[in-house]
Design a protein around this ligand. Structure first.
Ligand SMILES: [Zn+2]
Ligand SMILES: [Zn+2]
Length: 307
């Protein structure tokens, strides 16, 4: 089975605490890594979780508030020290290239690997990355500065070959890839054997949506409809809903309403204000609306196929 998971590296909003790092998550699709956000201290969290920095080539930044990218300079510098030569791709809705270039200009550091920047559309959803396993699209969010979330959707998987039927109908090996794509088999005598007789349904495809800093925004529901696992920020409890409104953030209840309305299978909440030493307040509030909710506990890996 293809690996598809998300590892929580940080779950704090604004200032980090001794036990909570700023936002960062590592998505693993078939052993290819995608880092989402890179708050201060992300590289040490990656090391703590035995993630090799050399394997990181794609970084998705949601927006340019410091709690989402202040770890990037340190990470790039360490990658350089480790002798990285492969290109690094950074996706961001704002001009992060200018910030990074100024930083390394004044520190007179020569970064020896190429960095490519891609501007992310946060006005409307568009595909920003695609390979043979997964498609990543942007999710326009409503925050104080341009901000994008990201949805990772597995591509449809090949149909499963029924080896007994293959033998029975004497299908040659070089035709098997066509069967996996859903095509019928045409025998040497011209007889058509229906694909359904030769294959079984493919495994389901899963999806993961990362909704970074945002006010409650129903516009995202269509984009994340039927998502398998939804991460949605839940900076505040109901008691501080005024504060959430003022700062363009969400409450735990609002995150749960979005999960409910988008028909998500599971919700994880994060980006917690450090005024809540006990996160169960937020969890319990969310659960009154959406039962299958969990806290984005730092160091926890969620296997998306098993949520
Ligand atoms: Zn934030
Ligand atoms: Zn923010």
């Amino acid at each position: 089975m293809t690996k598809f998971s998300v590892l929580i590296l940080g779950n704090a909003s604004a200032a980090p605490t001794l036990t909570r790092n700023n936002t960062s998550q590592l998505v693993n699709v078939n052993e290819q890594y995608f880092l989402i956000d890179c708050g201060e201290g992300t590289q040490t969290k990656l090391r703590e979780n035995k993630i090799k920095l050399q394997r990181l080539n794609h970084i998705f930044i949601s927006h340019l508030h410091g709690d989402h990218y202040f770890g990037l300079m340190g990470l790039i510098q360490t990658m350089n020290l480790l002798g990285k030569t492969t290109p690094l791709y950074i996706y961001c809705p704002s001009n992060i290239e200018e910030i990074i270039n100024v930083h390394f200009k004044f520190s007179e550091s020569a970064i020896k690997f190429p960095i490519f920047y891609q501007h992310v559309n946060c006005e409307e959803s568009e595909i920003i990355f695609e390979n043979e396993k997964v498609v990543v699209s942007s999710i326009p969010l409503t925050h104080r500065i341009p901000c994008a979330g990201y949805i990772f959707t597995e591509k449809p998987k090949p149909r499963k070959i029924n080896s007994i039927a293959i033998e029975q109908y004497e299908v040659p090996k070089h035709q098997i890839y066509k069967l996996k794509l859903g095509e019928d088999y045409v025998a040497a005598d011209g007889k058509i054997i229906k694909n359904k007789l030769l294959t079984d349904d493919s495994s389901p495809s899963f999806s993961y949506a990362f909704c970074s800093d945002t006010k409650y925004e129903e516009k995202i529901i269509d984009i994340i409809k039927d998502v398998t696992l939804l991460y949605h920020e839940a900076t505040f409890s109901e008691e501080h809903s005024d504060r959430a409104k003022k700062t363009f953030h969400s409450t735990a209840i609002q995150a749960a309403i979005i999960a409910n309305k988008s028909n998500a299978k599971k919700l994880i909440i994060g980006h917690f204000s450090n005024r809540y030493p006990d996160l169960n307040i937020l969890l319990e509030e969310a659960k009154t609306i959406f039962g299958n909710t969990e806290i984005a506990i730092q160091g926890k890996e969620f296997n998306i196929a098993e949520v």
